[in-house]
Design a protein around this ligand. Structure first.
Ligand code: BES
Ligand code: ZN
Length: 909
């Protein structure tokens, strides 16, 4: 039997496996061949034997494979001892669209019979970052090759034939064959190493617990490790290339603490005997939660004190915590299908904050949450091209598409809201109940709702979690709550919030709740000033109630003047915006200016974010929005500045190519003057959050041309050029200094940066340099940079698409990047199209500043003439909607921004 040519079928709708056969366990042996000949020809050999239980009589065996060459004559099907003789194989075919291998039998299998299928095969070992793939790095002028895996969501089938769906859990017996000078790693510990002769060694791994295919992992490499043992006796190792093994210590320390913290929080022990983390030089995502063998991009795991910044450090802590959270959410309990991906990613994205907060309480992670997750996804989720959290998906392209801000950040935000309305302890016990009830099995979101409801009932709180949460997960977008003051009463009502209320609904999703939500509402005021509300303070705004009236003289101020205000959604626990009558907005603004400390840090960020977003949607005047940032002269906290920076950055992007830009620059320069003079550029000994705020303020100061900033940046960079082995720049200021020096410098500065990029021994440093190289103002330099992006020997494939984003952020590079993007589309799509987040970021990035009808036309034309957008389809829809919204923003606001700049004496015609 030879490999048949693929059958062609019409466009795939149903990609799900038939349920007739269930894989009980797998025996898998894999041998990467990466020792001789050109790397382009590397391959791996595999052997897979699957024991199958017949649940429904069937005449065929259908399983997933992709890009595997089945060795002729090796395919075998048979009955296990105790099951009557099996029918034999007639032939097999490959269904390319579904990535199915269908083996036809000449008879029917009996229910409950046990069978096996086995085969040998080979596959390509390429640098494509998916399935079992090739990674490499330079060591003493030699290229060292590594074989690593990335299976989520649908690439286990590229390494072994399997039932590649998340709900199908099996035991895995894995054997990895390697040369004796290398090491191998997998989910479980090695139980035996066998000499296979000719320097080959076979490492045999302990059987895994029941788990899905996408969490299987293995690596063959020459790495070293550091290790610790957790309180509950789990061996924890942190692996990297030998040269950077010292950089694993921080991640290891966080990992050890957070693993035990989660065991206690969920009240469930980590079920595997060991946990490995490994930093792989080429990696598609940031990290991957394979059970017991978590794989990372180097920047997400390695940390070098004195070289890496506090930002890099937090990234490591967050990623480590996120992937450890998945060991319970995802690995122990797995979504039944990818449509509930948010159960994985939303949970891990919330719980990651708890883990980091446990290790670093002074980082105020739960304040940062509001800008990094909640306010971040609010923009995206105000588009009609958004999607519900729970979303039907079938084809691998569609599955890849939903690894997006909705699954992650909206998922996390509504979980945080749920913790608020259930109360912290109820929430924790309910989660634990859910995890215990579905351990080693799969779950649907209703399983979570029922565990939480049970817990709430047990505690006499009686919240129907499904009724509430369905309104947040089954329909897209979110509400804006209108709070109107009438004497000593407030009236409260809800309405769907859309960036552009006139955008045409493509009709892809409908809502069975009429775009109304179950909203846990709370508020405070100038006379109460209590931002620490709990579940006891909640009033529910129901989908069917038109408005609520609150008549509470102990909270609501007696009169409505510019000294007294009410504020809805303290701490922004709820996933909604709040709008007010103008008088109340002005009173809030007045409070910010008089004494902003009277309003909680989170709600200062909320006021800025809500006012600006409501203004974009035409629900408050742009003037109100502009006034919310006037108090920033006195603001020294990171979170409100981060919120303001996002909004001002938007205005900056919209204005860059208009005649108003000079005046806007002058405004920004004036805005950061005072904070910059207080905060300055000496970051020595700064705390984590001081370092954060200094990075924001100095970034703005240099960008808008405050001379003490740019002078200092240029001085520091020159000093570095003079003594390349001795970088004098504080890690917290590096981004600002590098970007400024490259912006004002020429090719010498740029080439120096590129050289440092190539030779840096700390991955975070390379990443920072790469982004700074987009700051050049020389079109030819930017153009050369774009071309290098697609040369894998110059820039790793994992980083390539980011280069286009970096160049797009620069107003001089924006057009170049857009042209380059269109010209290189086929290469990007075919060679880089599955680099996960990078692809969505890319499409969003190159179109970010589009705000003219002409740009819209270009974008539309590109989309129309390139129907095969793969997993980028949704990102293009969003780009079109955003461009439309930007055009409207320009029409509606250019005049008012001009007036306002004029009023400040900054703009003259
Ligand atoms: N499960 C994902 C990795 C992943 C992403 C697999 C996309 C397949 C497609 C992992 O848990 C993850 O979310 N990683 C994040 C880091 C996290 C801290 C948000 C990442 O890769 O950036
Ligand atoms: Zn994740």
């Amino acid at each position: 039997m030879t490999t048949p040519s693929p059958t062609t079928k019409p466009r795939v709708i149903d990609v799900r496996l038939p349920l007739a056969l269930y894989p009980v366990y797998y025996d898998i042996e894999i041998q990467p061949n990466m020792y001789e000949g050109p790397a382009a020809n590397f391959t791996f050999n595999g052997y897979t034997r699957i024991q199958l239980r017949c649940d429904t009589p069937t005449r065929n065996v259908t399983l997933h494979t992709n890009k595997l060459q089945i060795t002729p004559g090796s395919l075998e099907f048979g009955a296990e001892p105790g099951t009557a003789a099996a029918p034999s194989i007639v032939n097999w075919e490959w269904d390319k669209d579904r990535q199915f291998m269908v083996i036809h039998l000449n008879g029917v299998l009996v229910k409950d019979g046990l069978y096996y299928v086995k085969m040998n095969y080979t596959g390509p070992l390429k640098d494509d970052l998916h399935g079992l793939y090739l990674s490499q790095y330079e060591q003493n002028n030699d290229t060292v090759y590594i074989a690593a895996t990335q299976f989520q969501p649908t690439d286990a089938r590229k390494a072994f034939p399997c039932f590649d769906e998340p709900a199908i859990k099996s035991n895995f017996n894995i054997t990895l064959v390697r040369k004796s000078h290398l090491k191998s790693l997998s989910n479980m510990p090695i139980i035996d190493s066998q000499d296979r002769g000719d320097n080959w060694v076979a490492d045999v791994y302990q059987t895994t617990p029941k788990m899905p295919t996408y969490l299987v992992a293995f690596v063959v490499c020459n790495f070293e490790y550091t290790n610790q043992t957790t309180t509950n006796n789990i061996l924890y190792r942190a692996w990297s290339r030998p040269e950077s093994v010292d950089q694993t210590r921080y991640a290891l320390g966080v990992g050890v603490k957070v693993l035990t913290y989660f065991e206690e929080y969920f009240d469930i022990r980590f079920p595997l005997p060991k946990q490995d983390m490994i930093a792989i030089p080429d990696f598609a995502a940031g990290a991957m939660e394979n059970w017991g063998l978590i794989t990372y991009r180097e920047t997400a795991m390695l940390f070098e004190p004195g070289v890496s910044s506090e930002g890099n450090k937090q990234r490591v802590a967050v990623v480590v915590s996120h992937e450890l959270a998945h060991q319970w959410f995802g690995d122990l309990v797995t979504p039944s299908w990818w449509d509930d991906l948010w159960l994985n990613e939303g949970f891990a994205s919330f719980v990651e904050y708890m883990g980091v907060d446990f290790v670093h309480p002074d980082w105020k992670m739960f304040e940062q949450f509001v800008v990094s997750d909640l306010q971040d996804v609010f923009d995206f989720d105000s588009l009609i091209s958004s999607h519900p959290v729970y979303v039907p998906v079938a084809h691998p392209d569609e599955i890849n598409e939903i690894f997006d801000r909705i699954s992650y950040a909206k998922g996390a935000s509504i979980i945080r809201m749920m913790r608020f309305f259930l109360g912290e302890e109820t929430f924790r016990r309910g989660l634990s109940r859910y995890l215990k009830s579905r351990a080693y099995a799969a779950a649907f979101h209703d399983d979570l709702w029922s565990s939480l409801t049970e817990q709430s009932n047990l505690e006499g709180k009686n919240i129907n979690v499904k009724e509430v949460m369905d309104t947040w997960t089954l329909q897209m977008n979110y509400p804006v709550v209108m709070v109107t003051r009438e004497g000593t009463r407030i009236r409260v009502s809800q309405q769907r919030f859309l960036r552009d209320a006139n955008a045409t609904d493509p009709g892809k999703y409908t809502s069975s709740f009429g775009y109304k939500w179950e909203i846990p509402f709370a508020y405070t005021s100038s006379i109460e000033s209590n931002f620490n509300k709990t579940d006891a303070d909640i009033s529910w705004i129901k989908p069917n109630s038109n408005e609520l009236i609150f008549d509470n003289p102990t909270v609501i101020p007696p009169k409505s003047d510019n000294m007294s205000w009410v504020l809805g959604n303290p701490m922004q626990y709820g996933y909604y915006r709040v709008n007010y009558d103008t008088a109340n907005w002005l009173a809030l603004i007045n409070q910010l200016k008089r004494d902003h400390s009277q309003i909680h840090t989170i709600n200062r960020a909320q006021i800025i974010n809500d006012a600006w977003s409501l203004a974009k949607a035409g629900l408050v005047s742009q003037d109100v929005a502009l006034q919310t940032v006037e108090y920033l002269d006195d603001e020294l906290e990171y979170v409100p500045w981060a919120a303001a920076e996002r909004q001002l950055k938007y205005v900056d992007t919209m204005l860059t190519k208009t005649g108003l830009y000079g005046a806007f620059e002058a405004f920004m320069k004036a805005k950061v003057q005072r904070p910059f003079s207080i905060i300055g550029m000496n970051n020595t000994g700064a705390s984590h959050l001081e370092s954060y705020i200094r990075s924001v303020i100095s970034g703005l100061a240099c960008k808008y041309g405050i001379q003490t900033c740019t002078d200092e940046a240029l001085r520091l960079f020159r000093q570095w050029i003079n003594t390349p082995a001795n970088n004098p720049i504080d890690p917290g200021l590096k981004s600002t200094v590098y970007c400024t020096a490259i912006k004002y410098g020429g090719v010498a500065e740029w080439d120096f940066a590129f050289k440092q990029y190539k030779t840096a021994t700390v991955a975070a440093e390379s990443a920072r340099l790469l982004s700074s190289m987009g700051c050049s103002r020389e079109p030819w330099i930017l153009s050369r940079f774009l071309h290098r992006a697609l040369m894998p020997e110059e820039i790793r494939k994992q980083d390539a698409l980011d280069v286009l984003v970096y160049v797009s952020r620069n107003s001089i590079g924006q057009g170049l990047a857009w042209d380059f993007f269109r010209n290189s589309w086929d290469t990007i799509r075919n060679e880089y199209g599955t680099a996960f987040f990078a692809f969505t970021r890319l499409i969003g990035g190159v179109t970010e500043s589009f705000n003219t009808p002409f740009q819209l036309k270009e974008l539309q034309m590109f989309v129309d003439t390139h129907p095969d957008q793969g997993s980028g389809k949704r990102a293009f829809d969003q780009a079109i909607e955003k461009t439309n919204a930007n055009i409207k923003w320009m029409e509606a606001n250019l005049m008012s921004v001009q007036m306002w700049l004029k009023d400040q004496g900054l703009y003259k015609e």
